[in-house]
Design a protein around this ligand. Structure first.
Ligand code: AKG
Ligand code: FE2
Length: 465
């Protein structure tokens, strides 16, 4: 991957970076046609679509129902630890130096503090659905009220499937017509891209993506949490072809899957090769914490290697279960492509891929990542269009993408907890980034079950070198 693509020119975008200009108000997705997909590991199916972008075109997006979070409020301690005050002050100074706004969240982030006050009801995505016949046989697991797993079939069966779609628009880049939906983005008055703060030091203490329970914490009622969990699991997974080669699998990871992933990432993240504050070529830091699995990606050189230069650590292996989720997501995406177009070879659009790299990013509430291309993988991998598979967990994010480095015409989609996005084939080199993190949008039940009390978003991207 290459987080640096947009970065060097003009120093505006950090490789994972940031934008120079102000972000525009998020574009409203134009079309969607969601397809229900199987979320369980042992079965597959699904497809979906989303729009192509600007320039002539159409958007081809497919969507589904919004996630409905319950209005549970969870109070979590807001404080920086005393020992972190110095760091926070340093951070503030550095941030001021590079023109960033308030540094308190990053300071909290870097200094292990927690700045979450109240978890508000989520900003929800919504979309109008239209029915679409299709033939995916879908089943999935869900959790019962006690957290036990139960399997049941989802609606989509050959002949009696009900796929949702929306406004019809044709894409300039694809021969098929797709439907667009409106998704309400969270209220994200979003700031212009901040510039990476100049922190090229690495923190020696591993970063804990979760926080120990301490201080005052008013738990959401068990009943409400169970209700939220039930809603999440019965909503089903739907897929959208955003543009050729870019697939969004909404609600793909169940709450239980997300809990598993967070716990595993936390464990790995606290060990050798765990989460750290990456620097950047010129010393500008990325607004996130990073951990590499399988291979190390070095932001300084934009290269992959077997060890992490700053501490010599060897990246932990990619957990087996993670790989299973990835394989399932690829299969489901291929099914989606097959069912939503006449393409006989969906692998041309989303080729199969065996990840040997996973980059885990943790964004705090002020985290962001400028437009960049992932292009540090082998020439062969990129040329074949092997997809990057991206998991979103925790707070929602405004994910932007464009054919150009500039964010002026970038399209935006909100990625919520449990969503999986793939970009391969014709979209393998799409410019993309994270415009902002939508505060307090993580499922409450996830927060409670993982102690993911640090506000933010965990993102995992899987690639094959
Ligand atoms: O956080 C995301 O959704 C994107 C991450 C990304 O683009 C990257 O790690 O290269
Ligand atoms: Fe990327």
């Amino acid at each position: 991957m290459n987080h640096g693509e947009g970065w060097s020119s003009g120093g505006r975008w950090g490789p994972r970076g940031r934008s120079q200009g102000s972000w525009q108000r998020p574009n409203r997705p134009k079309s969607e046609s969601p397809v229900m997909v199987d979320r369980s590991l042992d079965e597959s199916s699904g497809n979906r679509g989303r729009r192509g972008f600007q320039g002539g075109g159409g958007r081809c997006r497919q969507s589904w129902s919004p996630r409905n979070n319950s209005p549970v409020q969870v109070y979590v301690k807001k404080s920086l630890q005393v020992s972190d005050v110095g760091k926070a002050a340093q951070q503030e100074t550095k941030c001021q130096e590079d023109g960033r706004g308030s540094a308190d969240e990053d300071a909290a982030f870097n200094c292990w503090g927690d700045n979450k006050d109240v978890l508000q009801p989520s900003a929800l995505s919504s979309s109008k659905n239209i029915n679409l016949s299709g033939g995916l046989s879908v089943s999935r697991e869900s959790e019962d009220m006690n957290g036990g797993r139960m399997s049941y079939d989802l609606v989509n069966r050959m002949g009696d499937v009900s796929f949702s779609r929306q406004v019809s628009v044709s894409s300039s880049t694809s021969d098929k017509k797709v439907e667009l939906s409106s998704i309400e983005e969270g209220d994200s008055a979003h700031k212009s891209g901040d510039v990476g703060n100049a922190c090229n030091e690495s923190i020696s203490k591993p970063f804990d993506i979760c926080l120990e329970k301490e201080g005052f914490c008013l738990k959401a009622g068990l009943k409400e949490l169970n209700a939220e969990k039930r809603r999440a699991t019965t909503k089903g997974c739907t897929g959208t072809v955003i543009r050729p080669g870019m697939i969004l699998l909404k609600n793909f990871l169940s709450i239980n899957d997300q809990v598993t992933i967070v716990k595993k990432c936390r464990e790995l993240g606290l060990g050798k090769g765990g989460f750290y504050q990456p620097g950047y070529r010129d010393g500008a830091s990325l607004h996130l914490k990073m951990m590499c699995l399988g291979k190390n990606w070095d932001p300084q050189t934009s290269r992959y290697g077997d060890t992490r230069p700053h501490d010599g650590s060897i990246p932990p292996n990619i957990p087996f279960e993670f790989n299973q989720f990835v394989q399932k997501a690829i299969k489901d995406s291929q099914s989606l492509v097959a069912s939503s177009s006449n393409k006989t070879k969906p692998e041309d659009e989303i080729p199969c891929m065996s990840p040997d790299i996973c980059i885990a990013n943790f964004y705090t509430s002020t985290g962001k990542l400028g437009l960049h291309q992932d292009k540090d993988e082998s020439a062969k991998s990129i040329q074949k269009g092997l997809p990057v598979v991206s998991f979103s967990i925790g707070d929602s994010a405004e994910f932007v993408y464009s054919d150009q480095r500039s964010d002026d015409n970038a399209e935006m989609v909100v990625l919520q907890s449990g969503d999986v996005l793939l970009f391969g084939g014709k979209s393998r080199k799409v410019f993309h980034g994270v415009r902002s993190i939508l505060k307090d949008t993580a499922p409450k039940v996830l927060v409670q079950e993982t102690d993911l009390r640090r506000p933010g978003r965990l993102n995992l991207t899987f690639r094959q070198y």
